[in-house]
Design a protein around this ligand. Structure first.
Ligand SMILES: Cc1cc2nc3c(=O)[nH]c(=O)nc-3n(C[C@H](O)[C@H](O)[C@H](O)COP(=O)(O)OP(=O)(O)OC[C@H]3O[C@@H](n4cnc5c(N)ncnc54)[C@H](O)[C@@H]3O)c2cc1C
Length: 254
């Protein structure tokens, strides 16, 4: 069995800093693996451990060396980085690239995250499934594979739902799946010897036209933070001063 996992490297949500003058993130913002994608990799690795004779291959469109190395270090067998001019485009271009690569690989199952913590469109999984013409199961929080039938637990509003699907299929992971494992020193050393491939869109038969964004990106801006504030009315000036000093002390501002 072959399982492909789609992973994206994103700005580390714990370290994001926005530069309003640039209208973008501060250059050099640390990167991390998209959280849901780590849950997707963990699910694929557990399937491999349960089923045996299974290959887990991870792929990313765009710069994602640390993310792919991390996936190899925790147990993925092979990594594919797809980089080149015109990337990243919009989510449809990303999906086209991934679908072209997946057509070549023909995996039995594809895991993706439900959405990313940066652009967060949640488009890529459904678009890839549509381009490949395979079923998609979203919001996956649990799975059981028995006698060739995959049962998936989905999180839905106010509850959970079980669905059965016959591979090939694409599954979108949420964070309620098993906790992702951490890389070990041995895993990091082993990762260096695992196969790692770098492809361009042209290697997959895609032209710049295929990747031209149809959705153009506008500017980014931060919501202005507004404090509720307090207003002192009908108090004499001495009392007002006392109340203001007490307020500032309570909030450790003086
Ligand atoms: C420099 C730059 C320019 C951009 N310009 C545009 C633009 O003009 N128009 C526009 O609409 N968007 C633009 N984007 C956004 C970018 O194309 C999207 O972030 C990307 O297509 C993925 O969409 P998403 O993050 O919303 O993924 P989602 O759909 O939220 O991701 C769901 C899941 O799909 C998989 N996935 C998503 N992205 C990848 C990936 N790259 N590799 C492997 N798996 C992946 C992961 O499993 C992920 O959890 C730009 C981004 C950058 C960095």
């Amino acid at each position: 069995m072959k399982i492909a996992v789609l992973v994206k490297q994103v700005p580390d949500p714990n370290a994001i800093r926005f530069d309003p003058r640039l209208g973008d993130l501060v250059p050099g913002t640390p990167q991390a693996t998209n959280e849901y994608d780590l849950y997707a990799v963990e699910a694929a690795l557990r399937m491999k451990e349960q089923l045996g004779g299974t290959e887990v291959v991870v792929a990313s469109v765009g710069t994602a060396r640390e993310t792919l190395n991390r996936c190899l270090a925790i147990g993925a067998d092979r990594a594919v980085a797809i980089e080149g001019p015109g990337l990243p485009g919009d989510s449809l271009a990303t999906a086209r690239v991934l679908a072209a690569w997946l057509q070549r690989e023909a995996p039995d199952l594809i895991w993706a995250g439900q959405e990313t913590s940066d652009a967060g469109t949640g488009n890529v999984g459904p678009q890839v499934a549509a381009l490949l013409g395979i079923p998609l199961v979203s919001n996956v929080v649990g799975w059981e594979y028995r006698d060739g039938v995959l049962t998936l637990e989905r999180e839905i509003e106010d509850g959970h739902q079980f669905q059965q699907v016959q591979p090939p299929a694409l599954l979108c992971a949420l964070s309620a799946l098993d906790e992702p494992r951490l890389p070990t020193l041995r895993g990091i050393m082993e990762a260096r010897r695992k196969p790692s491939e770098r492809l361009s869109p042209a290697d997959l038969g895609l032209t710049e036209e295929d990747l031209a964004p149809v959705v153009s990106w506008g500017g980014l801006f931060l919501e202005e933070e507004k404090a509720a504030g307090i207003v002192l009315r009908d108090v004499d000036p001495d009392q007002a001063v006392e109340q203001l000093v007490a307020f500032l002390q309570e909030h450790r501002l003086i």
